[in-house]
Write a protein that binds this ligand. Sequence first.
Ligand SMILES: CCc1cc(N2CCCCCC2)n2ncc(-c3ccc(F)cc3)c2n1
Length: 238
Amino acid sequence: MNFKSEGDGEMNQSAGISHIAIIMDGNGRWAERRGLSRTDGHLEGVSAVVRIVKRASERNVKFLTLYTFSAENWKRPQKEVEFILQLPKKFLFQYLPELMRNNVKINILGDLQQLPYSTREALKHAVKKTAKNDGLQLNFALNYGGRQEILKAFETMKEEGIAFTEESVERYLYTNQMPEPDLLIRTGGEKRLSNFLLWQMAYTEFYFSDVLWPDFSNEEFDKALNEFNVRHRRFGGL
Ligand SMILES: CCc1cc(N2CCCCCC2)n2ncc(-c3ccc(F)cc3)c2n1
């Protein structure tokens, strides 16, 4: 199956959007409301990832960054953490061939040293296999924390004797090869950043949705993009 791209025929509504970041919240509540286990909620969340990756590619988004596991998520019950940290392997085993067919490039943001060996190996394989692809750049933030990222950049720069400027710091962040997010979408009703891309989102538009991530449809995604375009519509003015 190919992620069909909306050609120039239809006005490409997302012409101004290069990079979208998403905090995919609400998976546990989605399951609890249905009398299902939290792990069922995470699995439904994976299906929503596949759906929105395809939609982002169709809307000609160039970079899509997904917050899949925060540094704070380690505080969850051990069984749930163990289940979640197996999801990358499951996802890649099932979807990497299709992502390759659609020229998707996978990048990983975060500290992978604490992840299970088999998960780290699956991630390294996916990054290597998709490295030459030049379609949508799909960034997974795993064991990621914005404050930790900035502190790690400062420590490395200090060791290397690099002067701190906005440009030099950005070269030491996980996102050093990509533009800052134009739009942040957070699902699940909370309205906070949760230590995500703190340096990078200094000028990012925020879109908060009460929809729980597993229910986040193409229509909901399109509403966020269209809202961005309304906010950024310029009629020749400044
Ligand atoms: C590491 C925890 C985690 C959690 C998770 N959830 C759970 C939380 C949010 C909802 C989505 C499902 N997903 N979904 C895809 C991945 C994934 C990560 C890397 C990769 F290369 C490919 C896929 C994923 N990873």
